[in-house]
Design a protein around this ligand. Structure first.
Ligand code: PXL
Length: 265
């Protein structure tokens, strides 16, 4: 009877205010009806004003986290979040290859919404060359897509080219999250490129709110949860997109500035 309930895993940093990182992933797993295990890579002291300190976990501890989960739990899908530097990226890549944790969703976290850096610049190439090829789904925002595809994204055509570049780096399915330029009107549009070549945009009206902490984590965690439940990738991506939008629209008053989204919505 052990391990019959769908179990998924996040490999991420802890955000002490609970709005993003591992906490957002676990909130999402809970509300999407999967059991969530968590491999801690780093921890940040954060609140709704920003990140005030950060530490990385020792790599031998991370090795043990992977090993003991592999020995006991039946993880059906996993996702990555904050990986800090090349050493942690390589530790995660090494361990993910050692065991069977199912398909991998890579959220290539580089910056927080307030501009705090969660991945050292020296690690961009390591993440691109060593982690991206393992991705069943990669979920960069507009900024991360530019860094990983090594190009500027100025319009829809550029977004499509960047998605194909990410696919040629080895990611099977790509969703590039849209950017809402300040002062503009209109929808926020995410671009999706699937493994079989199918492409489409997912659009939602822009919501004018500062309470959008943890949206990227929540998108990638929803996709991970859905894959763990056996949902096909296209549907998992669409459900992730819709869940994030609903969680933004239904604001909760937590924190004084850039608050979390609403995982109950
Ligand atoms: O949302 C990106 C993110 C990921 N991981 C951690 C974070 C944040 C943003 O604040 O703190 C630990």
């Amino acid at each position: 009877m052990a391990n019959e309930y769908p179990q998924v895993m996040t490999i991420a940093g802890s955000d002490s205010d609970g709005s993003a990182g591992m906490q957002a992933d676990l909130h999402t797993f809970f509300t999407r009806g999967v059991y969530g295990a968590s491999i801690l890579t780093a921890a940040v002291a954060g609140n709704s004003f920003g990140i005030h300190a950060a530490v990385n976990l020792p790599t031998d501890f991370i090795d043990t986290e992977f090993k003991v989960l592999a020995e006991d739990y039946k993880i059906l899908a996993a996702k990555t979040g904050m990986l800090s530097d090349s050493t942690l990226v390589r530790t995660v890549v090494k361990n993910y290859k050692l065991y069977d944790f199912g398909p991998l969703v890579v959220d290539p976290v580089i910056y927080t919404k307030h501009g705090n850096m969660l991945l050292e610049e020296e690690a961009f190439a390591t993440l691109r060359d060593e982690l991206v090829p393992l991705a069943t789904v990669i979920t960069p925002n507009f900024f991360e897509a530019q860094k990983l595809a090594e190009m500027e994204i100025k319009n829809d055509d550029d977004t499509i080219v960047a998605a194909h570049k990410l696919q040629s780096l080895g990611a099977k399915n790509v969703i590039i999250k849209g950017q809402h330029a300040e002062g503009t009107v209109g929808d926020v549009r995410d671009f999706v490129l699937l493994e079989d070549g199918k492409e489409f945009w997912l659009a939602d009206p822009y919501v004018a709110t500062d309470r959008v902490n943890g949206t990227g984590d929540t998108l990638s965690a929803t996709i991970t949860a859905e894959i763990g439940k056996g949902t096909d990738i296209e549907t998992a991506i669409k459900l992730g997109h819709d869940f994030v939008h609903t969680a933004i629209v239904n604001e909760i008053a937590v924190g004084h500035k850039y608050g979390p989204i609403n995982h109950w919505a």
